[in-house]
Design a protein around this ligand. Structure first.
Ligand SMILES: [Zn+2]
Ligand SMILES: [Zn+2]
Length: 760
């Protein structure tokens, strides 16, 4: 590949600084990949490049110059385009080139020519070797992702890397430093660059300082532990995914029904955890109990035990006097530990109601912008190598509280991660807004608070002991904050409450008895579910939130506080009865542990093959079970499918059809056009339909139209507030809105024509 094949855009040297500051949408910058699935990404400079480089020209120049194949450069391969830009800018003064809309960078450092180019998440996916019928099947290969329509956009990246690899004399992998990143890099290396190994850049932040340090201290080879462990995960998840889906679908087919069903290695046990909670709630019987309060001088003192035996209440009846005692203590509260991913997800949900997967997406974006360190970490440590004092100094501009962060050693948590420190702000700053700002502030404040002083509180506890019966005690407590310490920086639930010192004999003014009822256990929230999965060691920090998303997508879960749907319940019921191994969390956990061992194993490839063989055996066993009991499983699943369909039908039924007066109008979905519409259930006898706005999920609202009294619909769009509308075209309100819209459009059209005239 020749020098002149690098097509410089018009002004060859782009001020990369400017590019960095440009704000991109989350879609443009992130891929929260369910392993193996690349996500589309539009490049920042795409439009600009399209204008300057015509495709035909590129091809022509390529062919005329193909004879020169001098290997003269060091090729650095990153995971995402944004990371390539960051690395190139950190290592030198790069020239930006672009080919078919894909950017790469050239710079020189220590007399060497360095090219920095990127993948776009995964460029390869596992797929089964064609011609394998039925199930179980185990013959798989890595295939370029672009073979799949949904990932066709990855082809340009594949091609650019392929061209650049031809002229590279040395390769450096600089993908994200974890198992997925290593697999992405390794695949590019072996399948595109045709190399067996490469040097490795390891970094946790995309800051100039760290990237330079990382480049000057390259690891001699790939992190084979990560690469092999990552590949193992891809294989076994793939085996589970395809074979269990085929088994489930084949079972449901025996019942004469059709429904796309699937369940994964981690999804099964996760769904079971939720179903178990659902059953606990269903079987819960509320019990009455009583709380006893003693009143003195307007203050409430509570008997510490709840009373479940009503006959015991009588012993409190005659208490008129008590001995009071006040005890005081001082307590210091240490700051909370630094953020690992799960803790960040939990706190982001607690304070801002952000779902774990949203949190990961936003954090990923902040990381790519160089504002925070790598978010997929389980560490709660702040190593001194990151020079935290410098970061604190830099943060002072935006967070004056950082000036008071005087602790010489930060508070740290138990958890660690061999690859990355905890999530921390890099000290670089840019204006943020919305959820990005919220999450960034949370991360920065948590970091500052780890260096802040303890909070000190004065605690007071007043105990009243009944004069008649020394066993009957009542307690009240007070809290005063003596020193706010870290609570000035990071939100804490410290509430002051006042109570005077009381000692000696006191009068009891009244005994109050409160009627209470025990409450059913609470459903999981997305945040508490991620936490419980981590506790049980199911899934990984990087995948837990997407596992939950998948269960929602497949219709097994519903609601903000997570509830299993009838289908989810029946699926677990059927699996418990016929194939409990699928939902056995012990097996899933054991596999997680074995994959962890790949990192340490002397013969990593052998260990990988052992795990894969073990999983094959498990799946063969499951398949046997399934084939034997296929009909029963099918019948059980059918029940779930039917209940779910009935419930969905009810939820989608709007009102009796005004045209035929026999059917009901219902919200329907057209798979081909991917649009919702309203139609009569008496179809084909009644052909009444109504069109609905595109690009929105439509649901029945609880409200009715003020004018025509039809039930209103909710249009739910990504990242927008749900919008309520009336779908009745004969409605006065709808007619008026339409007229207004037509007028506006006409006006706009007229303006445009005027403008064009005046320009000509
Ligand atoms: Zn009708
Ligand atoms: Zn209406």
């Amino acid at each position: 590949m020749a020098v002149n094949e690098f097509i410089p855009i018009t002004d060859a040297k782009i001020a990369t600084e400017k590019e960095v500051k440009k704000k991109l949408s989350i879609e443009e910058l992130t891929t929260i990949e369910s392993p193996g699935k690349p996500v589309p990404l539009s490049l920042p400079a795409k439009k600009q490049i399209k204008k300057t480089v015509s495709k035909g020209k590129t091809k022509k120049e390529t062919s005329s110059a193909e004879t020169i194949t001098e290997k003269d450069s060091i090729l650095i391969i990153t995971e995402k385009p944004q990371a390539a830009l960051k690395i190139a800018s950190a290592l030198g003064n790069p020239i930006k080139y672009s080919d078919d809309g894909v950017s790469f960078y050239e710079l020189s450092r220590d007399g060497e020519k360095i090219i920095v180019a990127s993948a776009v998440g995964h460029l390869f996916n596992l797929t089964y070797v064609k011609g394998q019928k039925g199930w179980p099947i185990f013959d798989v290969v890595w295939e370029p992702s672009y073979e799949h329509k949904s990932a066709a956009f990855t082809k340009k990246y594949y091609n650019v890397l392929k061209q650049l690899a031809k002229r590279a004399k040395e390769f450096i992998i600089a993908t994200d430093y974890d198992t997925e990143g290593e697999v992405i890099g390794w695949n590019v290396l072996r399948f595109i660059c045709k190399q067996k190994n490469a040097k490795r850049m390891k970094y946790s932040t995309l800051t100039k300082l760290e990237l330079e340090k990382s480049f000057d201290n390259l690891m001699p080879e790939l992190d084979w532990g990560n690469a092999r462990a990552g590949e193992t995960r891809h294989y076994i998840d793939w085996f589970y995914g395809i074979n269990l889906s085929r088994a489930l679908m084949s079972a449901i087919k025996t019942s004469g029904s059709f429904k796309i069903l699937s369940i994964g290695r981690v999804q099964g046990p996760t769904l079971k955890i939720i179903v178990d909670k659902e059953r606990e709630i269903e079987n819960f019987k509320s019990e009455p109990y009583w709380q006893v309060l003693a009143m003195h001088d307007g203050f409430e003192f509570r008997h510490p035990e709840d009373i479940f035996d009503k006959s015991l209440l009588s012993q409190f009846k005659d208490i008129k006097e008590a001995d009071a005692e006040t005890k005081k203590t001082e307590e210091s509260l240490s700051p909370p530990v630094p953020f690992d991913l799960t803790t960040l997800q939990r706190e982001a949900y607690r304070f801002h109601k952000l779902n774990p997967s949203e949190t990961l997406k936003i954090a990923q974006k902040l990381y790519l912008e160089g504002l925070i360190s790598y978010p997929r970490t389980s560490s709660q440590k702040i190593p001194k190598e990151i020079e935290p004092k410098k970061i604190l100094k830099a943060l002072e501009k935006v967070f004056p509280e950082a000036k008071e962060a005087s602790r010489s050693k930060p508070i740290e948590g138990e958890k660690s991660d061999p690859a990355h420190p905890s999530i921390y702000p890099t000290g670089d700053y840019q204006d943020l807004s919305g959820t990005e700002e919220k999450l960034y502030n949370l991360i920065a404040k948590r970091f500052i608070s780890a260096f802040s002083k303890d909070a000190i509180t004065a605690n007071k506890r007043v105990t009243l002991t009944a004069a008649t019966d020394k066993k009957l005690k009542f307690k009240a407590s007070g809290l005063k904050i003596l020193e706010k310490g870290w609570t000035k920086v990071y939100p804490a639930a410290l509430e002051e409450s006042d109570i005077p010192d009381i000692n000696g004999k006191v009068k009891i003014d009244e005994i109050k008895i409160l009627d209470k009822e025990t409450q059913p256990p609470k459903r999981y929230t997305p945040a508490s579910l991620v936490t419980i999965l981590e506790k049980k060691n199911l899934g990984t920090k990087a995948t837990r939130s997407s596992i939950i998303d998948t269960l929602f997508d497949r219709g097994y879960l519903d609601g903000k506080s997570i509830k299993a749907t009838p289908l989810g319940l029946k699926l677990i019921e059927a699996l418990e009865k016929h194939s409990p191994i699928i939902i056995d969390e012990n097996l899933t956990r054991q596999l997680e542990e074995e994959m962890e061992q790949v990192h340490e194993d002397k013969d990593k490839e052998k260990k990988e093959n052992e795990i894969i063989e073990k999983v094959k055996k498990v799946i063969i066993d499951i398949s046997k079970e399934f084939k034997e009991k296929e009909k029963e499983i099918g019948q059980d699943l059918l029940k779930g499918v039917e209940v779910q369909r009935k419930e969905q039908n009810e939820a989608n039924t709007l009102l009796p059809c005004p045209t035929c007066k026999k059917g009901n109008l219902r919200i329907m979905f057209n798979r081909a056009s991917r649009r919702y519409f309203v139609a009569c259930s008496a179809y084909p006898d009644c052909k009444q339909t109504y069109t609905l706005p595109p690009n929105a999920l439509m649901k029945k609202s609880e409200n009715f139209c003020e004018s025509c009294k039809y039930p209103k619909l909710l249009a739910i769009r990504k990242a927008k507030r749900p919008w309520e509308l009336c779908f009745n075209p004969e409605c006065e309100i709808v007619k008026k809105q339409r007229a207004e819209w037509e007028a506006k459009k006409a006006n706009w059209q007229a303006n445009k024509e005027d403008k064009e005239k005046s320009e000509n």
